[in-house]
Design a protein around this ligand. Structure first.
Ligand SMILES: [Zn+2]
Ligand SMILES: [Zn+2]
Length: 339
């Protein structure tokens, strides 16, 4: 099979992924081999490549927003048959036995494995996964549309749940990329009387236009003061400053959720009286559970979410990652691996 492979920690500018011919992976007991047709491009790949979240082995095939079809079910597989369309997300395996798994918090599992970090992911023509960590994809989405639902969408859904948002409230979104452009659609559907304020880098006109098309009630730059206080906010950016800015604009008792696996710059010092007092909260979101994906995918079809997708070929993964780093992909970048 063809795969784009990471051999060592690198700069994204150096085109770090190499196109290689590798043997097709064989499914073990309980696993399915999936012929990949689309794989989303996520910020987490930048953290892996640049060493903030290094893969647990090299070479590694990155990519954890995978859509494809079951090609060969392994021994004992009962949930899927040949030809079924499935999705694979960041959570690749959890132990089911640690204190977190037993509480339903497998996203915090001590022994979990993550797709494209601990096991080979979707920047390839084939991948294998346990049938317990694959999900049926609702029919209304094409393969390319469905890919960003598996991380950008599912973790955005989790972040929105953790924000404690309710109807009639104001939600602030810092950064408006793959995940935020899906979250605004969930928020507008679930909380029709709410307002959504969007903050981007000042030069991100395309992102701002997309926010406007998706019904944002106010759009500004990261350090702008919005017309009303925020009851809750989600920070999707890879940097530290927006966390302080969100806290500054937060209503008393509000919560800021940080939807990032790593930050490339520190969160600035926070003056307690100005940014935290009055029962303001900061909470991070870490990974997803299978339940997040199982709840979100049918909801995405019901809403229906309209993902904005920019297509790249598998061989163009390096270019896609560089554009992602520069913040210049409108919506979600997806590799088309169907050819
Ligand atoms: Zn991701
Ligand atoms: Zn566990």
């Amino acid at each position: 099979m063809k795969a784009m492979v990471l051999k060592k920690i690198s700069s994204v500018k150096e085109k770090p992924l190499e196109l290689l011919d590798l043997p097709d992976p064989a499914p073990g007991p309980g696993q399915v081999r999936v012929k990949v047709s689309a794989c989303g491009v996520c910020h987490t790949e930048l953290d892996e490549i640049e060493g903030r979240l290094p893969p647990s082995k090299f070479p590694m095939i990155l990519g954890h927003e995978i859509v494809g079809r079951v090609e060969s079910p392994g021994l004992g597989v009962t949930k899927f048959k040949q030809g079924d369309r499935v999705g694979i997300a960041w959570i690749n395996w959890a132990c089911g036995q640690c204190s977190f798994c037993l509480k339903g918090e497998e996203n915090l599992c001590d022994n979990a494995k993550w797709t494209g970090k601990d096991v080979d992911g979707g920047y390839a023509q084939y991948t294998v996964v346990s049938e317990d960590f694959a999900y049926p994809i609702p029919e209304r989405f094409t393969d390319l549309q469905a890919a960003p639902l598996l991380c950008a969408g599912a973790i955005g859904y989790r972040a929105l749940k953790l924000s404690g948002m309710d109807d009639d409230q104001v939600l602030g979104l810092y950064g408006f990329g793959a995940s935020a452009h899906i979250v605004i659609q969930i928020a507008k559907y679930k909380y029709p009387n709410s307002k959504v304020f969007v903050f981007t880098r000042p030069n991100q006109k395309e992102h701002q236009n997309l926010a406007q098309n998706l019904g944002a009630d106010w759009i500004g730059a990261t350090e702008d003061i919005p017309p009303e206080k925020l009851n809750c906010a989600i920070d999707f950016t890879p940097v530290g400053v927006p966390v302080r800015e969100a806290l500054k604009n937060l209503e008393k008792g509000g919560r800021v959720v940080i939807n990032a696996i790593r930050k490339t710059t520190p969160i600035p010092e926070l003056d307690y009286a100005k940014y935290l007092w009055h029962e303001k909260e900061i909470k991070s979101v870490a990974n997803i559970t299978r339940r997040d994906a199982q709840e979100f995918l049918p909801l995405a079809a019901e809403i229906p979410i309209v993902p904005e997708v920019r297509e790249f070929r598998l061989e163009e993964a390096n270019e896609a990652l560089l554009l992602l780093k520069q913040g210049s992909i409108r919506g979600a970048g997806v590799l088309d691996i169907s050819a």
